[in-house]
Design a protein around this ligand. Sequence first.
Ligand code: C2E
Ligand code: CA
Ligand code: CA
Length: 278
Amino acid sequence: AKHQGRNRFNYFTAAMQATAQARLQLAGELRIALAEGQFVVHYQPIVDLKTGEIRKAEALVRWQHPVHGLLNPGEFLALSEETGLIVEIGDWVFHQAARQAELWRSRYRSDFQIGVNKSAAQFHDEKKKIQPGNSTQWEHAGAALAVEITEALLLDSSPLVAEKIMELRNAGVQIAIDDFGTGYSSLAYLRKFEIDYLKIHESFIHQMAPHGNDMALCEAIIVMAHKLGIKVVAEGVETPIQRDWLVSAGCDYGQGYLFSHPLPAEEFEALLNTRLRA
Ligand code: C2E
Ligand code: CA
Ligand code: CA
């Protein structure tokens, strides 16, 4: 499947980089995908590093393409953003995640939470106000959701961004910083916005070596976050050694192939009652 995935990737990236016509065709396919319900959401566990229990999940969109099979966001997200279709796709993912989070809260544990990605393009392209018709569908599920945004968005000084973040917070949605450490070095936004957790980018975790700079940085990030009352998720945890380092550094949660790949909802649910002590 991995090999096939690579071929599909080549096909789509090639098309993306090719002619305006190829891109137009892809954009058309994206519209059809929305209308015909070809998108699916996979869920990747976020695990309490000390106990191995699943505490959260991240919702990751996939496109079940009728010809090219299951496509990862890397193959269609950029064009979705360029065409503005990301707003509708994002809304759909949000509603799926809200429904799923409520279900798993009732079946599994009441504090279970799902993180949903929201790109800068979504913040800017959405109509100024979240439409009442839209928001009521998930507003009651607010506490079951987190929105994952990147540092760059928080450096955007437009009042629209701040307003939308407030709107989400008011609905009880938590705010997480995605890919922490790869963006800008300014930490001023940690003062301006209330952040619930931050996710250390996988590049820090992968290059971790004893006494190395990445290890030191991870430790510093964790200490700083905890002093600010912010929880920390390590992304891209792939080995038990990385997991053990993170535990000793006091990191709260881990996400990565060591625990599980992103899974379809039914497979994720089967995992929910197992302890992921890898
Ligand atoms: P992200 O938010 O940083 O998501 C984590 C990515 O890392 C996912 O890739 C996930 O499958 C992958 N990953 C998980 N564990 C490991 C690991 O142990 N090692 C490595 N090397 N990678 C791991 P994916 O699903 O291909 O998503 C790529 C990006 O697409 C996401 O990066 C996110 O920025 C974006 N994305 C995904 N779903 C959505 C969505 O619904 N809306 C928006 N706006 N963006 C999305
Ligand atoms: Ca994310
Ligand atoms: Ca990330």
